[in-house]
Write a protein that binds this ligand. Structure first.
Ligand SMILES: Cc1ncc(COP(=O)(O)O)c(C=O)c1O
Length: 363
């Protein structure tokens, strides 16, 4: 994707498009420079090995594998769970469905069975029960049920442990594993005040991202049993994702896991301030109850064209994501401080006023 941002830093953007815009911390840059490396495809990169061990331990899983992105993590996990023609049950608002180029279907021959996602990011248990196929000629085999926590398109809402357990028990009763797209599992853990392992225990496989709120420049991790992770490694190779001296990019991932998890509640606090401020503005519709982590999604219901509204925010120095259907997404992260939140609210307030009183109404 190209954009016309001034990347020389001459403009002071407040960039709330995503937590993926975070740049590596000084500690991460130093770790990259000093990283011990080897050939990861031979299992000889000590930094990658340490990252995979630490990630598996944090998630309470037997093993983990470093992959280049969340998309590759989800896809390689789905390929490891499903054979060609096996179905994956996914939510109709899931990242896997919306933003991963249909990789499961196009590359894996894995049809996706979409279930309605409610505003809490949940799939209805009866819908899941109904969607899991009976063993009958003509029915595809159900290969996996996928959940997402925190839930991106639902505005960062957090699935609670009881719900996840209910899904796991239901799926396991029918012999189907559960995959968790836990791109932001550490945000979910911070909100629930539980360990990431407590969440991961409710899924057979978990993908999480180092490159989002944790601010590492590259990479995700897939965790599960040793046997499963061996299959993911093979699938990662199929996808062209076996890396060589990957320690240089894994090293900031280690820093991310050691230094960046504990500060996530700061991002959540700022997202709540943002949401509370937006809720007072005319022409914006926001459900503040759903703002549980670092994502704020709201609808712009003012008179002005939605794209023009977003362009106006940009012209004032505020970058946000257009979520379609008049939706706007803002994500807080470690490069966003209290002053940036205050300024962002001022900018939206000014744009909202113009939205309500366009020039032609004033004449
Ligand atoms: C919930 C979720 N899953 C997966 C991904 C994919 O991660 P990546 O952009 O690293 O492929 C994202 C990215 O935003 C996400 O929000």
């Amino acid at each position: 994707m190209t954009n016309d941002l001034d990347v020389d830093g001459a403009t002071e953007w407040i960039d709330l498009r995503s937590d993926t815009v975070t740049r590596p911390t000084p500690e991460m840059r130093a770790a990259m420079a000093d990283a011990l490396v080897g050939d990861d495809q031979y299992g000889e990169d000590p930094t990658v090995n340490r990252l995979e061990r630490l990630a598996a331990d944090l998630l309470g899983k037997e093993a983990a594998v470093y992959v280049s992105s969340g998309t590759m993590g989800n896809l390689s996990a789905l390929l490891a769970h499903c054979g060609r023609g096996d179905e994956a049950i996914v939510g109709d608002e899931s990242h896997i469905l919306w933003f991963e180029s249909g990789g499961a279907s196009t590359l894996g021959g894995i049809p996706v069975f979409q279930l309605r996602t409610d505003r809490w990011g949940r799939l209805d248990l009866e819908d899941i029960e109904h969607a899991i196929r009976a063993h009958r000629p003509g029915y595809p085999r159900t290969g996996v049920v996928c959940l997402e926590n925190t839930h991106n398109r639902c505005g960062g809402v957090v699935l609670d442990i009881e719900y996840m357990r209910a899904v796991r028990e239901l799926a396991h009763d029918r012999g189907v594993p559960v995959h968790l797209d836990g791109a932001r599992i550490f945000n979910a853990a911070a909100f629930l005040k539980v360990s990431p392992a407590t969440i991961a225990a409710e899924a057979d496989s978990v993908q999480f991202c180092l490159s989002k709120g944790l601010a590492a420049p590259v990479g995700s991790v897939v965790a599960g049993t040793e046997a499963f992770i061996e299959r993911v490694r093979s699938q990662r190779k199929v996808l062209g994702g076996a890396m060589r001296q990957a320690g240089v990019i894994a090293a900031p991932g280690l820093v991310a896991l050691r230094m960046m998890i504990d500060r996530l509640p700061e991002d959540h606090r700022r997202a709540r301030i943002l949401a509370t401020g937006l809720a007072t503005m005319p022409g914006l519709a926001i459900d503040t109850e759903l703002v549980q982590s670092n994502i704020v999604v709201f609808k712009h219901e003012g008179a002005r064209d939605h794209t023009a509204f977003i362009a106006d925010l940009k012209s004032r120095g505020l970058l946000v994501s257009n979520y379609g259907l008049r939706g706007v997404r803002m994500v807080t992260h470690y490069e966003i401080d209290d002053a940036a939140i205050e300024r962002a609210l001022e900018i939206v307030a000014a744009a909202v006023i113009e939205t309500r009183e366009p020039a032609h109404v004033l004449v």
